[in-house]
Design a binder for this molecule. Structure first.
Ligand code: ADP
Ligand code: MG
Length: 334
């Protein structure tokens, strides 16, 4: 594709979704759109940014010498994510077991999170935001009574909690639990081994852990403390983000990762989330009560969550509107 004299890209002509010629489609920004099904592929990387295609189309390095265009014969190997991941939540209904019997909390949640996208879920306390995160992660206390959750078409609800983690889902909990007798260092290595299906190479692993802790401004002695035991609010959140950076999930659910943080800690933690996102094109579902964190982690989409369902959706401007006017308008509707 020749966009200008200096901008020439080489990409396979056939869409990864179906036998459709991509060169007959339009270029939108730096993406090529499949004219038949609407998938868009990054001209530089070949990675799709919207469905139905979910796998990369090969791209080739291009060199311009005067008017001559040289294209390499073999495709450029992919760096980072070559596959777009899609988490699809459809009409999700969830009850929680209470002393007075089952209580209905989620009342039909629809949400799609793709690689590289950041979705903010904002809503008043008690609206069911944590319930949504726990249900997707597989907490046994939450009973799914209807709807579906899939990750790249695979039924997430049929998976055990560790299968969900291996499939690429990660939950940073609002209230992380203590694990007495297990050090942070052991915990991280065990989790990494379980998720990758093999133990990480010791030398690089130790270096990775140290670098990640350093970037999160965590004291090295922290690694020898027991998980969450006596951790301050800020330490707990840093530890969640440390896991995120080392375990490299495809989709991260972050439940109030901003709560209890002062401005400095909020910045450090947010930068960690942004690094993890950039490193492997992670998709993020960011649950928050306050707009403050959205200054550091920019959402592509904002969803207002009230009374167990999404009642409004928009772009980042919706967060500004909530900042100014609060949730009253939506509560009155519910
Ligand atoms: P949010 O995260 O938006 O503050 P939650 O998902 O934590 O909301 O809670 C939604 C509702 O479900 C609340 O009324 C809460 O009391 C109830 N709930 C959540 N978990 C439980 C539980 N384990 N036992 C009893 N009630 C629960
Ligand atoms: Mg909550």
């Amino acid at each position: 594709m020749r966009l200008s004299d200096r901008e020439v890209y080489a990409i396979d002509d056939i869409c990864s979704h179906g036998a459709v010629s991509l060169s007959e489609g339009d270029v939108v920004g730096c993406e090529l759109e499949c004219w038949m099904h609407g998938s868009r592929f990054n001209l530089r990387t070949g990675v799709p940014s919207c469905p139905p295609a979910t796998t990369r189309v090969p791209v080739y390095a291009v060199r311009l010498v005067g008017d001559t265009v040289y294209v390499t014969a073999t495709p450029t190997p992919c760096r980072g994510a070559s596959r777009m991941t899609v988490l699809e939540i459809r009409d999700l209904q969830v009850s929680v077991a209470t002393e007075e019997g089952a209580k209905e909390i989620l009342r039909g949640v629809d949400l799609t999170v793709r690689s590289g996208e950041t979705h903010a879920i904002m809503g008043p306390n008690g609206s069911g935001k944590s319930t949504l995160a726990y249900s997707v992660a597989g907490h046994p206390k939450y009973l799914v009574t209807g709807g579906s959750v899939t990750l790249d078409g695979q039924d997430v609800l049929a998976m055990s909690v560790d299968e969900r983690a291996r499939a690429g889902l990660f939950l940073a909990m609002q209230y992380p639990v203590e694990v007495p007798g297990v050090t942070v260092s052991n915990f991280l290595r065990t989790a990494k081994s379980a998720i990758d299906g093999q133990a990480p190479k010791l030398r690089t692993w130790v270096k990775d852990v140290r670098a990640a802790m350093d970037a999160l401004k965590m004291d090295p002695t922290f690694a020898e403390r027991n998980v969450n035991e006596g951790f301050s609010g800020g330490e707990k959140k840093r530890h969640e983000v440390l896991q995120l950076e080392l375990l490299r999930p495809k989709i991260a659910l972050l439940d109030e990762t901003d709560s209890g943080l002062d401005v400095d800690a909020l910045r450090v933690v947010s930068e960690g989330v942004n690094r993890a996102k950039a490193a492997n094109d992670m998709g993020i579902l960011l649950i928050t009560h306050y707009t403050r964190i959205l200054r550091y982690i920019e959402p592509d989409y904002v969803h207002v969550f009230v009374d167990g369902r999404i009642v409004q959706q928009g772009g980042p401007e919706l967060a500004d509107e909530l900042e100014a006017n609060g949730y009253d308008r939506y509560l009155a509707q519910a």
